[in-house]
Design a protein around this ligand. Sequence first.
Ligand code: SAM
Length: 430
Amino acid sequence: MSAAPGLAARRAAAQLLAGVLDRRQTLAELSASADGPLAAPKPEERARASVIALGVLRQLERLDAVLSPMLRKPPPPPVHHALRIAAWEVLVDGVADYAAVDGAVRLVQGLHKHRHLTGLTNAVARRLAREGAEAWAALPPPSRPVGWLGPRIVKAWGREAAAAIAEAHLGQPPLDLTPRTPAEAAALAETLGAELLPTGSLRLRMPGQVSALPGYAEGAWWVQDAAAALPVRLLGDVRGLRIVDLCAAPGGKTMQLAAAGAEVEAVDLSAPRMERVRENLGRTRLPAQVVVADALDWAPDAPVDVVVLDAPCSATGTLRRHPDLPHARPDPDIRPLLELQARLIDRALGWLKPGGRLLYCTCSLLPEEGERQIEHARDRHPGLRVAGAVPPEGLEPGWITDAGHLRLRPDYWSGRGGMDGFFATVLSRD
Ligand SMILES: C[S@@+](CC[C@H](N)C(=O)[O-])C[C@H]1O[C@@H](n2cnc3c(N)ncnc32)[C@H](O)[C@@H]1O
């Protein structure tokens, strides 16, 4: 059993939950806010608050399913959040019962408006500690991802896949690293105590603070999900090729391309995000030109060999890492994104040398942003064809579809800790 986390961490976690669930803010927005829940606490309290909030949000429906029979009616949101935190601590995180109960009670005691509910909180939290584990174990597995995405995933990939994806969304994702020098991956894995995945990424299940890991300061690796590391590798050998990395920030693919010997121009609309690309390139000592520009206005000086377009998308492939999104954005309109993706594809195709290739990818689970988007692009551009990927080492054959695209899902490699959902394909013109 782990020790009781402090009140400051729990309070910040409860405020994060209130931001996401009551005010529809994302965790990224809340974390960036100068007077947000994470502004005052100490670094270790901040880290713990994020772990709690992410954990509760991943399991929200299940925690509520255990809690609700213990409540005659839903309590005011701040009290509900305190009980959800206690439930997650007891049922998922293994915090000692007394510490979790005490944590919830103290949180509610600190709520001016709801202090009178301290007794109720104490009673429910104690009952949770007594009876919660049995109710938790009896819950059926989830049948599909939460919220608006659920029906779409069932429609796109079927019931079995939807259930497997929902199951994958419950767990804490590992930290994946891409080594700057693939030949050194095995040695790095040993130094880091990481698993070397068949596709060459390094995987840590319990990473701790990223910047304290061996090799960080020397830029021996960068953080990149194992799935996100695969699209660029579909291009095969890129040494000496002139490549525009469009929508490049925070630079995972830029670094892969530069490390593999390409001449890269990295373009992104967001100046703050491009600052992160500069920092990343500085730390890894990799060369690339960095351009802050709207891809709808900008164009390269001369035709290029490859455009990598990692288009803005619904990010539905990354919900393991962003379980706040279905709650903060419960009914997103993805049509503007679909239009932007199509316009970016059309522009990028115009920048290619004869025989040049477009690598199009999205971290989305929706075929509209992947397979369908490419069908529409082929309708608009006669002669555009799927160039066929160079299957990277370690890729499971089933991940390449009959149409020649790479389709990755969070339930793949489930025994190894899963991966983000991704779509990627390499296109060229006859
Ligand atoms: C999925 S992220 C890119 C991730 C990145 N390729 C990587 O591997 O680290 C999408 C990016 O598209 C950028 N973006 C969105 N609209 C854009 C536009 N019109 N022109 C250029 N960049 C744009 C966003 O700022 C965001 O950084």
